[in-house]
Ligand binder design. Structure first.
Ligand code: B12
Ligand code: SF4
Length: 471
């Protein structure tokens, strides 16, 4: 989009994925899709603007959108931590063009740091939202549109009361079958980048929750520790709808703990087989290796699963213990061998640069990834994400100053803070070495070229990944 061809929005409420320069992993956003569908179920007039997908990459383009849509009543932003500075500026622009338009932000960042966000974004951001929005957000929008907002009565709302920030208790949909049905028919799926088929990968979630407490991960803070499940029938109905009505051939399960309940997962896979869905799917968010067994791997393949990402993180028992991964190197070896014997392709997810991690430990992790003999891997640099024990410990210990964090750095491949004993420059070098050593071997390189080469825009994505690591 250029600033002269502004998008027209035919709605009162606009849900926004903020400007994310250089962002290439564009998928429909499940969080906003659930909110959109919940609002539509309440007969509210709402639209989604996915800035990266629409090519809105600078503030002049955002200004153009606002200038052409001065009728908006509510603008709601989805917030990852790296969105912080962008949301602040985008919300300020909303107030400039439409002083009466109400601004609100929800999602992982606000849920993890509600007080800070509302204080830092005063006065441009009117409200924040804590946790899942399917119940509270429609109530909020209705009361704003009716001029009857009583902030204390909206579950999950974060609001300023003089100098104080109030955080209302959350209310979540306990029975996930009662979540709104996603209105896929309102989404132009063809406008998203295509992957290996004619349509993009479609995200789907069968569960919410994670009972673990890995110190680097904020998922439990966002979705809670208690597991909630959709019924198998409910998930299958969505998959069938996606396949039959929208011609979707590939889906990606984005659950935090898709495989944790062996019985549920087996029934889900069996249901996919019995209903002859013939869909290809993956679980790319990192399943726990200790939940994988020979029988469910075989079922997964028959049910259409072709690829899973598995959380490994480190080759050091000491680090695994420190980050409360609750898995041993022995189990990792055994389970990786098990996955490799199945036809499902594993991608190992590793992390380097944990606080206190030595260069020797990082090198062992690189060698471990090679030794496990898997074809795909990801070496990310540890990020102290808000809502994690690591973040809280680092702030409490004075290693991280909340007021001085550059939120633009909270994204893949940035180093975020200086580690005693391993400078950021050195850490980036080690990350480059990890990728180089891992991928400059015939099998992994062959798979990489095969996969990215077959995606539409795949080579572009590959180059952007290479740039972010090696640039
Ligand atoms: C799926 C997923 C992805 C997918 C996204 C697919 C998609 N577009 O749907 C992919 C693989 C692309 C991805 C990438 C990354 N991810 Co991710 N991802 C997740 C995951 C596992 C689930 C998100 C999800 O779909 N949830 C389901 C929906 C229904 O929930 P939701 O999005 O949170 O939305 C609900 C509420 O938050 C709220 N809400 C959301 N937005 C708004 C807005 C308003 C106005 C309101 C009122 C409410 C509201 O209501 C929604 C409905 O209930 C979460 C973990 C988790 N459980 O949250 C991590 C998570 C969100 N990811 C995280 C991270 C760090 C990343 C990466 C930076 C990782 C990396 N190293 O590459 C990248 C960055 C991507 C980017 N630029 O945004 C962190 C974010 C932490 C933070 N504070 O920023 C999380 C929390 C995991 C973690 N490690 O702690 N991710
Ligand atoms: S890394 Fe996985 S198992 Fe650990 S807390 Fe996050 S979602 Fe749960």
């Amino acid at each position: 989009m250029n600033s002269k061809t502004a998008i027209k929005i035919d709605a009162d409420i606009l849900l926004v994925i903020p400007i994310r320069p250089g962002y290439s992993g564009i998928l429909p956003d499940l969080g906003l899709l659930y909110l959109y569908s919940a609002l539509r179920d309440h007969d509210l007039s709402v639209a989604i603007l996915h800035c990266p997908k629409e090519g809105i990459v600078d503030f002049a383009q955002w200004d153009a959108v606002l200038s052409a849509n001065r009728h908006l009543k509510i603008v709601g932003f989805k917030s990852m931590s790296h969105d912080h500075n962008f949301i602040k500026k985008m919300a300020a622009a909303v107030k400039q063009y439409m002083p009466d338009c109400v601004t609100i932000a929800g999602g992982p960042h606000v849920t993890s740091l509600p007080e800070y966000v509302l204080q830092d974004m005063s006065p441009m951001l009117d409200y924040g939202f804590n946790g899942e929005g399917e119940i509270g957000f429609p109530k909020f929008c209705q009361s704003i549109l009716n001029n009857k907002i009583v902030p204390s009565l909206v579950p999950g709302l974060v609001w300023r009361n003089g100098d104080k920030v109030n955080i209302n208790a959350r209310q979540v949909v306990a029975d996930l079958d009662k979540l709104p049905r996603i209105r896929w028919e309102d989404i132009d799926l063809g406008s998203f980048p295509k992957w290996m088929s004619s349509l993009p990968f479609i995200p789907i979630m069968a569960t919410r929750g994670c009972p673990f407490e890995c110190t680097y991960c904020s998922a439990p803070t966002i979705v809670g520790r208690k597991m909630r499940y959709r019924s198998v029938e409910n998930v299958l109905a969505e998959l069938q709808h996606l396949k039959k009505v929208h011609g979707v051939g590939n889906v990606t399960f984005v659950d935090d703990e898709l495989t944790i309940n062996r019985r549920f997962f087996q029934q889900l896979c069996q249901g996919m087989i019995d209903s002859k869905l013939d869909l290809k799917w993956e679980a790319n968010n990192g399943v726990r290796l200790d939940t994988l067994h020979e029988d469910n791997l075989e079922l997964m393949y028959q049910a259409g699963c072709r690829y899973i990402a598995v959380g490994i993180e480190s080759a050091s028992e000491e680090i695994l213990e420190k980050v409360k991964k609750k898995i041993s190197i022995q189990t990792i070896r055994e389970k990786v061998a098990l996955v490799k014997r199945s036809k499902v392709v594993p991608q190992g997810l590793f992390m380097i640069g944990f606080p206190g991690e030595t260069e020797q430990q990082i090198n062992s992790t690189i060698n471990f990834a090679i030794e496990l003999d898997i074809d795909k891997t990801n070496f990310s640099i540890f990020m102290p994400l808000p809502g994690t024990a690591s973040f809280n410990d680092m702030v409490a210990g004075g290693y991280l100053d909340l007021a001085a964090i550059n939120w633009d750095d909270m994204k893949p491949d940035r180093t975020v803070f200086e580690r005693p004993g391993c400078s950021s420059k050195r850490l980036k070098k080690l990350q480059r070495k990890a990728y180089w050593k891992f991928y400059m071997r015939p099998k992994p390189l062959g798979r990489l070229i095969h996969e990215f080469g077959f995606k539409s825009g795949g080579l572009g994505q590959l180059f952007s990944k290479i740039r972010s690591v090696f640039g």
